[in-house]
Design a protein around this ligand. Structure first.
Ligand code: SF4
Ligand code: SF4
Length: 439
């Protein structure tokens, strides 16, 4: 085990890993699930079922012929009651399949362990599994595992940093299923011929480091790297630098420096999937925050309403003011509890009036703290101004698209300026301008 490099910038956040000791509890089957056709980065899926159809567990209900996309499967058996645009995390409408469950959880007849004997077959099997990055980003795994032609991958990095406060989903995977993690890693190593694996874990999780070191001792090509706890240590570029010392240039991908990064839950899923053939239909979710009666780690079927997950954890002891899907640094605020659990939902947090208070924005005092905290070497205060004024050229000049939306700048800003929200808007403006032919 090594303690490696340390990235520039970032910030220290309270860890609040209150649920680290909470063993995962399985939720039952809800009466109804709502499964959106967009649960990944890339092209949305087209529904391949219609109202009135009977579906079974693991059956494909949405697919796309686009490369950057991922099929979507039914998490339940039952009857499709609607296929229509429905409210999605973040407040937009996305075509979704609503299924009334029958409680039998009958498995689709096509479910069986997949066969693959080379890397191409493996990649297509991973696509069929519906796996997307389970750390929260939702990038299709088959794309990650397919480096562009001519690029040699020499290192697989397993992301177990879990630097966001509150979330303990990755931690629990290591504690509960460490052999699955190793087995998933071994499969990828063998199929993609990778000889070096580094598992990055922050030093605030000594039990996870101990457990992974114990199981990794079975393969001398797998090493556990103890990382300093600093947010956003789990961001891809930071993790690559921390574990290998390699810097991914702006606009480039991990593969450009010979690396693939996979979340610890994702590799564990690969192990399970190769044994059973059951695609991605469930997710471990950390449920926490001052309003939650019984903070827990819950295994929920994809499509389960968020309200039912909170109810399963005893409901709210204190009326929540703010609900987040994801962690407090990068999570998305929800304005209804009707949204469903998605493939990459790793946390549901409920904050009360006191903990969710939104401070009044003050004028920038040009202290430079946001610049110091930015792990991507950006100038958040400039990007904020450019975004507010819709200055597309300036936004591009200051590399707004390199922002990883980690929120470190907003967190440290003494003037409480909503920098990351404004920068996100700036990114949307740049994308819109590019779609219109550029400015
Ligand atoms: S941290 Fe806030 S106050 Fe300081 S320079 Fe950045 S935007 Fe201005
Ligand atoms: S500008 Fe973007 S990358 Fe830099 S600290 Fe702010 S949110 Fe993070």
């Amino acid at each position: 085990m090594f303690v490696k490099n340390f990235f520039r910038g970032g910030t220290t956040v309270p860890h609040s890993k209150n649920t680290a000791g909470c063993e995962t509890v399985k939720m039952g089957v809800p009466e109804k699930v709502t499964i959106p056709m967009l649960q990944h980065i890339g092209a949305p899926c087209e529904p391949c079922v219609k109202k009135g159809d009977t579906v079974r567990v693991g059956q494909i209900i949405g697919n796309s012929n686009k490369y950057i996309s991922s099929p979507i499967h039914s998490s339940v058996s039952g009857t499709v009651t609607d296929v229509a645009p429905m409210l999605y995390a973040g407040g937009v409408y996305v075509t979704s399949v609503e299924i009334k469950t029958d409680g039998n959880q009958e498995v689709y007849e096509g479910i069986k362990p997949p066969n693959f004997s080379n890397s191409n077959e493996f990649i297509s099997v991973i696509r069929e599994s519906g796996l997307v990055g389970l750390g929260g980003a939702g990038f299709p795994a088959h794309v990650k595992l397919s480096p562009p032609p001519g690029i040699k991958i020499d290192t697989l990095i397993i992301n177990a940093a879990e630097c966001e406060p509150y979330i303990t989903s990755d931690y629990r995977e290591i504690i509960e299923n460490s052999w699955n993690v190793i087995s998933g890693i071994n499969i990828i190593m063998e199929v993609l011929e990778i000889d070096n694996v580094l598992i990055g874990i922050e030093d605030n999780k000594p039990e996870a480091i101990k457990e992974m070191t114990r199981v990794a001792a079975t393969n001398d090509k797998i090493n556990v790297i103890k990382l300093k706890s600093r947010y956003p240590q789990g961001a891809e570029k930071m993790l690559i630098y921390a574990t290998t010392g390699r810097k991914v240039p702006p606009g480039k991908l991990p593969a450009d420096v010979g690396v693939i990064v996979m979340n610890v839950n994702s590799v564990s899923f690969i192990s399970e999937y190769t044994k059973t053939g059951m695609p991605l239909i469930k997710k471990r979710v950390t449920v926490d925050g001052p309003s939650v009666k019984r903070p827990s780690n819950v295994e929920a079927l994809i499509g389960t309403p968020v309200s039912e997950v909170f109810n399963f954890c005893g409901g709210f002891g204190i009326v929540p003011k703010k609900i987040l899907m994801g962690g407090p640094m990068m999570g998305i605020a929800q304005f209804t509890l009707n949204t469903p659990v998605l493939k990459h939902t790793n946390a549901l947090l409920a904050f009360d009036e006191t903990s969710a208070v939104l401070p009044q924005e003050q004028a920038c005092i040009r202290c430079g703290r946001c610049v110091k905290a930015c792990p991507m070497n950006l100038l958040p205060l400039y990007l904020n101004n450019n975004s507010l004024k819709e200055e597309i050229e300036e936004l591009n000049k200051y590399h707004v698209m390199d922002c990883i939306e980690c929120g470190s700048c907003s967190y440290v800003c003494p003037a409480k300026i909503n920098l990351v929200q404004s920068i996100r808007l700036g990114k949307a403006q740049v994308k819109q301008a590019a779609a219109k032919g550029g400015k």
